[in-house]
Design a binder for this molecule. Structure first.
Ligand SMILES: Cc1cc2nc3c(=O)[nH]c(=O)nc-3n(C[C@H](O)[C@H](O)[C@H](O)COP(=O)(O)OP(=O)(O)OC[C@H]3O[C@@H](n4cnc5c(N)ncnc54)[C@H](O)[C@@H]3O)c2cc1C
Length: 424
């Protein structure tokens, strides 16, 4: 028997404290419902700045915020740190490893994971940027490889160590390639003065004929030119056919010797749908009704990256933070409507624009039909990301870090932190 049937307050379970889950939970402030927010981490991750953690620019704590702190003022929101294994929609249960949590209404917001299109070696030998742990691992690897290169006597080995391949020319690939190049040409070239940094290569590999496919053509062209100014080799129309620990091979047969391949080329829905035996889209997302409800289950909403939301023109909404935030709020409002025996409403996305940063003083922004590049776009990017960060302290420290980087061409976070505990 559920809470509705016993006249208790409705129990709303939200799985995922990312952009979608947080924005949904906030709508329930002071509502006569009990909300349980579940996440495997005790913090929210601001993914748009994760690449800066991986490029030694920001400390991980500056892009994470404890979930319990966010909901201190909410009497009706509780948090459970747990990995959700699957859901059982027929019995209205969410299964974690330790317990089965009942719900009256459920919001699934577990986001996305990297997908590798079955490319041999890609899953095993590439770094991904989908979690704080992944960002730290990549940062440690980059810093470690410079230590190794600095003592490599064989020029061929040195060259391989100093070759970095970023796979995927969307916003994440562009942003990371730019940040990595600035790290290498700036602070690392000062730290490793005996290393010939002209031999260091950052290669951005993109399967289509242009960068930033979701932006207008002119912005893709501008981005390529700016990246090339930053000594980044851009390879368009190049599909990766295999990856090993020491190379990336392209479909034209070229093999690039490298110990660093960064994968930003494919994302799909997190596996909760698959683990629960639900009908999936080919990329693992869950197709939702216009109201964001899961077909056949009016008490389950799916939002954010996990949701496949088809617009009237037949296109699906992109995996972006504003989509997740707006869907989170909409799903929560629809649950209110259901509780009040009102009709649920269809979701409509309000597109406020897209942005990607390339490097110092260079970014692209598409706001409606207006396209911005260069310093103005870079300033818009800085302000928007700073405002969206959660927590005053995080905003302040990120701003300080950015100012330091900008003024002194330095990076604040350059220590290699081992994941092994040492006694001394
Ligand atoms: C590197 C990177 C850069 C990006 N840059 C931008 C950008 O500049 N602008 C933009 O708009 N978007 C950007 N995005 C996309 C944006 O971050 C996502 O669209 C957005 O985070 C989706 O929100 P969400 O709530 O669906 O999922 P997420 O924000 O990913 O949250 C999912 C949450 O679910 C939790 N979770 C997952 N599985 C489980 C489980 N089984 N059990 C318990 N908890 C679980 C996770 O820990 C996480 O907290 C970027 C993404 C990445 C990876």
């Amino acid at each position: 028997m559920n809470a509705l049937q016993t006249n208790e307050r409705p129990q709303i379970v939200i799985v995922g404290a990312g952009f979608g889950g947080l924005w949904a939970a906030r709508v329930f402030k002071k509502a006569a419902v009990d909300v349980l927010l579940i996440d495997r981490n005790n913090y929210h991750t601001f993914l748009p700045l994760l690449y800066q953690v991986a490029a030694a620019e920001l400390d991980p704590s500056q892009i994470g915020y404890p979930v319990r702190s966010i909901f201190r003022e909410y009497d009706n929101v509780d948090f459970l740190m747990a990995e959700v294994k699957r859901i059982d929609p027929d019995n209205k249960l969410v299964h974690t490893a330790e317990r089965a949590v009942p719900y009256d209404y459920l919001i699934l917001a577990t986001g996305s994971i990297s997908t590798f299109f079955g490319i041999p070696g890609a899953a095993q030998h590439t770094f991904t940027m989908k979690s704080v742990e992944g960002g730290i691992a990549l940062r440690n690897h980059i810093l470690r490889i410079f230590e190794e290169a600095s003592h490599a006597a064989d020029p061929q080995i040195r060259r391989k160590k100093l070759t970095f391949v970023v796979i995927g020319g969307g916003p994440s690939g562009v942003e990371y390639a730019g940040a990595l190049s600035e790290l290498i040409r700036g602070p690392l070239s000062k730290d490793y003065q005996h290393l010939d940094m002209d031999t260091a290569r950052v290669i951005l590999v993109e399967g289509t004929q242009r960068l930033l496919g979701a932006f207008s053509d002119s912005l893709g062209v501008y981005t390529r030119a700016r990246l090339e100014d930053m000594q980044i080799e851009v390879r368009l129309g190049a599909l990766v056919s295999s990856v090993t620990a020491e190379s990336v091979t392209l479909n034209d047969g070229t093999t690039i010797g490298t110990e660093t391949a960064v994968w930003t080329a494919g994302v799909g829905g997190e596996g909760i749908g698959k683990r629960s035996g639900l009908d999936l889209m080919t990329n693992g997302t869950l197709k939702v009704q216009p109201s964001l409800q899961l077909p056949g289950f009016d008490d389950i909403y799916v939002i954010g990256d996990l949701a496949a939301f088809e617009e009237e023109d037949g296109r699906f909404l992109p995996m972006l933070a504003p989509v997740a935030m707006q869907q989170g709020e909409h799903a929560a409002r629809n649950i209110h409507r259901q509780i009040n025996a009102e009709t649920v409403e269809d979701f409509e996305y309000v597109d406020k624009g897209s942005m990607a940063v390339i490097g110092r003083n260079a970014a692209v922004a598409q706001i409606g039909t207006h396209a911005f590049t260069g310093y103005l776009a870079w300033l818009i990017w800085l302000v928007v990301h700073l405002v969206q960060l959660i927590g005053f302290r995080n905003r302040l420290f990120v701003l300080l870090n950015w100012a330091w980087t900008y003024l002194f061409f330095e990076r604040m976070v350059r220590i290699i932190i081992s994941d092994k505990v040492k006694e001394n």
